[in-house]
Design a protein around this ligand. Structure first.
Ligand code: FRU
Length: 732
């Protein structure tokens, strides 16, 4: 009897509950094969939904049924457009949908035409993934869905399918995740994992985003390190941290903390001793190098929110002597025109721009929907910058790679000249006032190396025997002589409009090593010196090198000059004379004659020094010197006269495991046969810069040994070689 009641009771409950459970409601699934019910704008989405991949697109997976909305359909990545749904009433607690494509695109839920929820594909890819918006608080509102592709270039497309209302989130991802906090301290510390995909994070104050938003590689389990976000402006008030998404099981919300200071291990293992490196975060190209009022300014491509590339911002440091650098706050931050890519800075002595006599004017690329050139000025020695309200000052309808303006005053024509990388040429533009720019000419078709995109030009007048020659530096990636990134140069004449290259055996390379890229020279350096600094890394592996709270350092400052190398004019680089002032103790090593091999103690305790020596090959046709540590890790510098090559082998130099392209094969440079080679080798915690015969052959290569080098090994083959006048100078 009792059991009978029980069964009846359970059945009744089941009937009641099933009556309460509300079924899912499809908003759109594109299965009609048309965009009926959607307003189509722009070209991107094509005339009708797709069956899957379009044209050269990789396989598209994870969509539902036969059709999906695919903004690759309208002609690839470049076309833009939107799909906006008819209005509907929100009648469930969640909206589930499938989303894929590029992280720069987005789907939005609009109420009264205003986006109240946003979702971006959580990582670049052609697989659609289930996403969900919690719309509990919006139930009853009238809404529309808008699918937005406003991105050109790589991953400029979005994939979307099956929008449905449901009382259940079907996603493992919490999209548009919001964390409300009351700001009690200056900083919020966010956990980062370098190998995680970047997620858009916004700080909302009164519902409005403070600043341009950040892409952060959020750690959802153990963090590699933390990054600080400055919220001091909202102290005592409530703010919302908004994340595009987090996985349902993420530990992120519990790990986020507030702090007054961000303590981290500045002196981590591979922190250089005397090379410039960012205090924290990722660094690439040097930018805006200008000398003004006794200070060398070094701005640089900086990610304040991680040790991998992203959130491009101009970091800033100054030095009075090119030896000691003082870190300053980031100088130019992303805005509605985009993130801040590379560029230069000049001192506008005659106030041509009208910002003030002696203003520092920075000219940089905004990386937004397109790459455009913008300017900002500083009237307080570069401490703060004001962006020009007329930005951008230069755009292109032709080039999508259109960047890295390097500006100089052209004395003869009394106007500014900008060198700008455009696809695989350099455009020269002129301007009377840094605001209006006119294209004068383009250089580079069918000359030099074209193995990759051209970047970071610098047009430099150089003295050769009392005559002015013009040198054009062009960084190229990939396509360097040893793979990946490298800087080529051209020598010629510039008449204020056109650069004409001398007939030389191009490509000519400034540095044959793997780790000197995007380098340019200081504007207005005292004495007209051409002082150069380069980014000591390579795009092939830059994001993976084994440092933690920071990534990358710069080369030592170098002085560029022109010489005749016996065959033709050439640009040589040597450490700037400032390096001599960094020398501490100088220790001679005994002259060493080898036929075979010999090792001697390096006599330096630590990782910051410069070694000088002269090498007399005598009968040897191959000789080498190597830095070795007690773990038998080593880097070999081999002079192979038979093959006419200088080879650097770092395959046993310590940690090479982070990237297969780091130490795959020896790094080659051409070498001419000489009776004597003079050598300067500049060594730091994780770098070697080798200058042979007064900078005629230069090779810069990073290394990650597990302990400092303690010995030097000399070898020779085919005869003896003598290593003489060896001096080791500690550097500080
Ligand atoms: C060169 C470069 C530049 C660009 C910048 C972006 O390394 O690709 O062309 O402005 O990096 O960070």
């Amino acid at each position: 009897m009792r059991t009978g009641y029980y069964i009846m009771y359970v059945c009744l409950l089941a009937v009641i509950l099933s009556g309460c459970r509300r079924g899912d409601i499809t908003i759109a699934d594109f299965e009609g094969g048309t965009y009926e019910g959607w307003a189509v704008e722009g070209e991107a989405f094509g005339a009708a939904p797709s069956h899957g991949a379009e044209g050269v697109q990789n396989e598209v997976t994870g969509f539902d049924g036969r059709y999906l909305a695919n903004s690759f359909a309208g002609g690839g990545d470049d076309p833009t457009g939107t799909l906006t749904s008819d209005e509907f009433s929100i009648r469930r607690r969640h909206i589930n949908f499938l989303l894929g494509g590029g992280t720069g695109c987005r789907a939005e839920l609009l109420v009264d035409g205003v986006p109240v929820r946003t979702a971006r594909p959580h990582t670049d890819g052609e697989a659609l993934v289930m996403r969900s918006w919690d719309v509990t608080e919006l139930e009853g509102s009238r809404a529309r869905i808008r699918i937005v592709d406003d991105r050109r270039g790589g991953w400029g497309h979005i994939l979307a399918d099956r929008f449905e209302m449901s009382d259940r989130s079907k996603s493992d991802i919490l999209a548009d995740y919001r964390l409300d906090i009351t700001v009690g301290k200056d900083l919020v510390l966010i956990p980062v994992e370098d190998s995680a995909p970047p997620v858009r994070v916004d700080i909302l104050h009164d519902g409005i985003a403070v600043g341009p938003g950040m892409d952060i590689r959020l750690a959802h389990g153990d963090a590699d390190y933390y990054v600080p976000v400055d919220v001091s402006a909202c102290k005592g008030e409530g703010v919302t941290l908004r994340f595009d998404y987090i996985p349902k099981n993420s530990s992120l919300p519990e790990k986020i903390v507030q702090a007054d200071a961000h303590d981290f291990d500045y002196s981590e293992r591979f922190r250089p001793n005397y090379h410039f490196s960012p205090r924290r975060g990722w660094m690439n190209d040097p930018n805006g190098m200008v000398y003004h009022h006794g200070e060398y300014h070094l701005f640089f491509q900086h990610n304040p929110y991680g040790s991998t590339w992203g959130n491009m911002t101009w970091g800033h440091a100054v030095s009075k002597d090119l030896r000691r650098w003082e870190y300053l706050p980031d100088a130019i931050l992303p805005d509605t025109l985009g993130t801040i890519f590379s560029g230069s800075a000049v001192v506008d002595k005659d106030n041509t721009a009208g910002f003030g006599h002696g203003a520092i004017v920075a000219v940089y690329t905004s990386e937004g929907k397109r790459q455009t050139q913008c300017i900002a000025y500083s009237l307080d020695n570069g401490r703060t910058f004001t962006k020009y309200e007329g930005n951008p000052v230069l755009s292109s309808d032709i080039y999508s790679d259109f960047r890295d303006p390097k500006v100089r005053w052209h004395e003869a024509s009394s106007r500014w000249i900008m060198s700008l990388a455009a696809g695989q040429v350099i455009g020269f533009y002129s301007s009377p006032d840094l605001k209006e720019w006119t294209l004068e000419s383009e250089f580079g078709r069918e000359i030099g190396s074209h193995g990759g995109v051209w970047e970071c030009p610098d047009l430099i007048p150089m003295d050769y025997n009392g005559k002015t020659k013009w040198v054009l530096l062009v960084s190229i990636n990939p396509g360097g002589p040893n793979g990946g990134s490298a800087t080529q140069y051209f020598i010629g004449d510039f008449d204020g409009r056109i650069f004409t290259a001398d007939d030389l055996p191009y490509p000519l390379w400034l540095d044959y090593g793997r780790d000197n890229y995007a380098g340019v020279t200081w504007s207005d350096a005292p004495g007209g010196r051409n002082i150069f600094i380069g980014w000591m890394n390579n795009w092939d592996y830059a994001n993976e090198v084994p440092t933690l709270n920071f990534r990358s350092s710069m080369t030592v400052p170098r002085e560029l000059s022109l010489i005749h190398n016996g065959s033709h004019l050439a640009v040589v680089s040597n450490p700037a004379s400032e390096l001599l002032k960094m020398r501490g103790r100088s220790t001679p090593l005994p002259d060493t004659k080898v036929s075979g091999g010999k090792r001697i103690n390096l006599a330096v305790n630590g990782s910051g020094y410069e070694m000088e020596m002269e090498i007399f090959p005598a009968g040897a046709d191959t000789f080498s010197f190597s830095l070795v540590n007690t773990k038998e890790e080593r880097i070999d510098f081999e002079f192979n006269l038979r093959e006419g090559k200088l080879l650097v082998d770092r395959s046993k130099s310590g940690d090479c495991s982070f990237s297969p392209s780091f130490a795959g094969r020896p790094i080659e440079a051409p070498l001419v046969r000489k009776d004597i080679y003079n050598v300067r080798l500049v060594v730091d915690t994780c770098s070697t810069e080798l200058f042979v015969n007064d900078g005629q052959t230069v090779t810069t290569n990073t290394v990650y040994p597990s302990e400092p080098w303690s010995e030097i090994e000399f070898t020779s083959a085919g005869g003896s070689a003598t290593f003489k006048n060896i001096l080791i100078h500690t550097l500080k």
